[in-house]
Design a protein around this ligand. Structure first.
Ligand SMILES: Cc1cc2nc3c(=O)[nH]c(=O)nc-3n(C[C@H](O)[C@H](O)[C@H](O)COP(=O)(O)OP(=O)(O)OC[C@H]3O[C@@H](n4cnc5c(N)ncnc54)[C@H](O)[C@@H]3O)c2cc1C
Length: 448
């Protein structure tokens, strides 16, 4: 092992990109991958960059879409995942879809052929105390390694499944109906006393909502995932199945809340939304983790008074997913604060999706390489898609309720002087993406 060797564990989206980036900066990389020796329930091959489900990298619109912007930034930074996706692209309208076999073959061939990369097949089950390491072991991190990570971080800082409540853009909530108040006005400061957005329901609205929940299309658990994991965190539709009143006595209880618009009206049920980021641009619907299909979710959640025109930064879900409480555990270089020779990257850091995971691999690879070369590499500014994501997972997100996040414009600092709300959206998104491209290019230039 030379002093410039970087070990990367996991040859998925993040590990492959991290290896490519570091190797291109002259670092010797050893890429450790447990497949095909040890399998996961979702992967089908021993190849690098395997897409475990959909074959889409989502929108490729780099002017109006945050994930499209992330594509743009990864292309600008000579990303392997994006270059390979472009090479093996399939017609898919505005989305970037690929031939998954050709994609994984190409990623594998590129990494195997790189003079600075060697591959070591086998499972890593410990966090080594020597050398520099990036762990990019993904949502299906092997159980033995999961145990070793939990031992280091504390079991309460490593989750083995996500239970994601839908997240709404604050600007899309109808504040003529909803109001700000914490239950029983709890809290020392006015900010704490008004920490929640409340959406009231009459009895008829509640009954219609329960009917819709029971009738909605649901996603099944994958083979290898088990519903028993989720007993402490039941999907709302399962709570509704247990009794029509269960939700009214659980996450939708109306007590301790007074409708600021109609103080004399006693709500039959109240849906609460809690702030999800320091900027206050995103709110999650409290206790609304769900296995409803995405189409059904938007229909059902728009029945909630105040959310009739809601835009969703992400919809709810429950999946097998190993991820860290990154806001408390990682520094802004993605290093474990308690063991700085170890970085994490990809979905295990609490981002969600192929593109976001690859982007975090790109950053971790560049950051580790810079450290080995004795250089400083600050994270990209959080006006960029990559910067907004890393800022969210390592600082901006609420640590107590931290759940995996897709890239979205709610993570970006607002732009002064542009109109809020639905009407100004096109201009605003163009403003965000123009600013991001300029700032990302400058961040790249500073490294050359
Ligand atoms: C069932 C399922 C379906 C999904 N569907 C989608 C989808 O449609 N679209 C989407 O964008 N995202 C989807 N995701 C999320 C997806 O997994 C991530 O977006 C992406 O693959 C994460 O990239 P990653 O590099 O962090 O992890 P992965 O791509 O999973 O790579 C992690 C790698 O680490 C290896 N590994 C794990 N433990 C060890 C160990 N101890 N030692 C050595 N190697 C190890 C694994 O074998 C794997 O190759 C899905 C996830 C699951 C579980």
């Amino acid at each position: 092992m030379t002093e410039h060797t970087l070990h990367i564990v996991g040859g998925g989206m993040a590990g492959s990109e991290a290896a490519w980036q570091a190797a291109n900066l002259g670092i010797k990389v050893v890429l450790h991958e447990m497949r095909p020796e040890v399998e996961t329930f979702a992967h089908q091959s021993g190849k690098f960059g395997e897409m475990v489900c959909s074959n889409s990298f989502r929108s490729d619109d780099d002017e109006q879409n945050a994930v499209g912007l992330l594509h743009w930034e990864m292309r600008a930074a000579n990303g392997l995942i994006m270059a390979t996706a472009d090479k093996h692209k399939l017609p898919a309208g505005g989305a970037l879809a690929v031939d998954r076999e050709a994609f994984a073959d190409h990623v594998t061939a590129q990494l195997e052929a790189h003079p600075n990369i060697s591959v070591d097949y086998g499972e890593i089950t410990e966090l080594p105390s020597e050398g520099m390491w990036i762990f990019a072991t993904g949502p299906l991190t092997s159980p033995a390694l999961g145990e070793a990570i939990a031992k280091e971080t504390g079991a309460d800082r490593l989750a083995f499944f996500d239970a994601i409540a839908p997240i709404v853009y604050a600007e899309s909530v109808n504040m003529d109906v909803a109001w700000l108040q914490s239950r029983y006005d709890k809290g020392e400061t006015e900010e704490e006393q008004k920490a929640y957005l409340n959406c009231p329901m009459t009895k008829d609205q509640y009954e219609a909502f329960i009917d819709a929940l029971l009738a909605a299309d649901k996603t099944e658990f994958h083979e290898g995932e088990t519903a028993k994991y989720f007993d402490g965190c039941l999907p709302i539709e399962v709570m509704a199945e247990r009794g029509r009143e269960t939700l009214r006595h659980g996450p939708m209880k109306p007590i301790g809340l007074t409708n600021a618009h109609k103080p004399e009206d006693k709500a039959y049920a109240v849906v609460q939304l809690r702030r999800d980021n320091a900027l206050g641009t995103l709110y999650n619907i409290v206790g609304f983790q769900t296995k409803m299909k995405y189409g059904a979710q938007t229909e059902v959640f728009k029945m909630i008074p105040g959310l009739e025109n809601a835009s969703f930064a992400r919809l709810g879900g429950i999946h097998r997913n190993t991820f860290l409480n990154s806001p408390t555990l990682l520094d802004d270089q993605m290093r474990l604060k308690s063991r700085p020779n170890i970085r994490f990257a990809g979905q295990v850091t609490g981002v969600e999706g192929y593109v976001e995971s690859a982007a975090m691999g790109l950053l971790a690879g560049r950051m580790a390489a810079a450290e080995l070369l004795g250089r400083d590499l600050p994270p990209p500014p959080f006006t960029t898609a990559m910067g907004a994501l890393i800022n969210h997972i390592t600082g901006g997100a609420e640590a107590k309720t931290f759940q995996p996040m897709n890239v979205n414009f709610g993570l970006f600092p607002p732009l002064d002087g542009l109109r809020g709300g639905r009407k100004g959206r096109k201009e605003r998104y163009k403003g965000y993406t123009d600013r991001a491209k300029e700032d990302f290019n400058q961040w790249l230039e500073e490294q050359s």
